[in-house]
Design a protein around this ligand. Structure first.
Ligand code: FAD
Length: 370
């Protein structure tokens, strides 16, 4: 009998496993349908530790991103893992400067205290290829290697006695007197049943499907998961041109096509945001979209015209719609009221889910009164 079963070994599931195994001394089982941890959404994102100024103060995104960033930065540094606190500028044209000021105020309300407003001349002097636009500067924003982080977290989880079962898929569950009997399928299609007092569904793109298979049909009858694809282009000859991340103002469903730098100083632009017609993991990048990327980015990076762009890769955001309406926030749903105490369904864990990853464990522990 496990204290906790976690479904899905992305950055969220692995962080939860490490937290409950090490901090609560619980016996945990982490299951993953792929061959290795972190092959889902966690393998395809901007690898940015966000400061937390985009989100409304009462949202879970704000509540978990701000402490998550601080915990993750400290963890990366103390474990000597690849990480750079590079800082970030969010640019806006003069007529939208009020939106920058709003982000600044939102940041202060959320407890983000590293922010500064700078004028257009300042940024243009720093990067002559950029338009002279006012900007919000966040010095705490950083970049990391998700792969190294996942490897470290999963290693610690297992070294402290946590069990990891890969190529193992969630099938169904039944309530018992003390928790749940969960049926899993292995790579040969063999079914095994394990018992756990608590279960967290952290299955990313598969989370709504898992919730329904677990029997939460009525609870989630109005829910729809839509795959929102974000593609990236690379600018190989711009390598080293930027020391900071450069973002436009956010849009309704994304942070906007930004200039992303990585730890090797490579420059990429992306991601855009397009809903896929069907929920299939299509990671192809449409070469025809290059012109649209250029036109979008040229508004704040006119210098992009002098650079070649090559197709890079794409990731998929798990967007949740409830009764047809986009649900902006993370959903970390304690199913006590559905008659399933100790079961949590995590839905719509989009950006900043990587940054917030270490904060989900303490949040769920609080929901469970631990
Ligand atoms: C384009 C893009 C850019 C982003 N940029 C950032 C960023 O810069 N900063 C940031 O903080 N966040 C960012 N995010 C968000 C961040 O990547 C995600 O919030 C985070 O990776 C989600 O992790 P996860 O563990 O919930 O999901 P996943 O990594 O997808 O993990 C879920 C796991 O569950 C497994 N699974 C699914 N179904 C089953 C099943 N039935 N049985 C067993 N296992 C199952 C999957 O194989 C997968 O490994 C970005 C996201 C995208 C798409």
């Amino acid at each position: 009998m496990y204290d906790l079963l976690i479904i899905g070994a992305g950055i969220v599931g692995v962080s939860l496993g490490r937290y409950f195994q090490l901090e609560h001394n619980w016996q945990c089982l982490l299951i993953e349908r792929e061959e290795r941890c972190g092959q889902g959404i966690s393998a395809r994102n901007s690898e940015v530790l966000h400061a937390g100024f985009y989100y409304p103060a009462d949202s879970l995104k704000a509540k978990l991103c701000v402490p998550g960033r601080a915990q993750l930065a400290a963890y990366l540094i103390s474990n000597n893992l690849p990480y750079r606190q590079c800082g970030k500028y969010v640019l806006a044209p003069d007529e939208q400067v009020a939106e920058l000021e709003q982000l600044y105020r939102q940041g202060l309300t959320n407890g983000v205290n590293d922010l500064d407003l700078v004028d257009g001349d300042y940024l243009h002097r720093l990067y002559p290829e950029l338009a002279a636009m006012p900007a919000l500067y966040s010095s705490n924003t950083g970049i990391l290697s998700v792969d190294s982080l996942l490897h470290q977290l999963a290693g610690e989880f297992q070294a402290h006695g946590g069990d990891l079962a890969v190529q193992t898929v969630f099938h169904s569950m039944h309530r018992n007197n003390t928790g749940y009997d969960v049926t899993l399928t292995d790579i040969e299609g063999e079914e095994i049943t394990v018992s756990a007092a608590h279960v967290i569904n952290a299955a990313g793109l598969g989370a709504l499907d898992v919730a329904r298979k677990a029997g939460f049909i009525t609870r989630y009858k109005d829910y729809e998961l839509r795959y929102c694809k974000g593609s990236y282009f690379k600018a190989p000859d711009a390598r080293g041109a930027f020391k900071h991340l450069i973002y436009p103002l956010p849009t309704i469903n994304s942070l906007g096509i930004h200039i992303r730098i990585d730890l090797q100083d490579e420059v990429r632009i992306g991601p855009d945001a397009n809903y896929l017609a069907t929920n299939e993991e299509d990671y192809s990048v449409d070469p025809e979209s290059e012109q649209a990327f250029r036109e979008y980015v040229e508004l704040y990076w006119p210098g992009v015209a002098g650079h070649q762009l090559t197709i890079d890769w794409a990731g998929i955001r798990p967007h949740i719609f409830v009764a047809g309406e986009f649900s902006h926030d993370f959903q970390v749903n304690d199913e006590n009221e559905s008659g399933c105490p100790g079961w949590v369904n995590m839905l719509g864990i989009d950006s900043p889910g990587l940054t917030a990853a270490p904060a989900f464990g303490p949040h769920i522990a609080e929901l469970w009164g631990l």
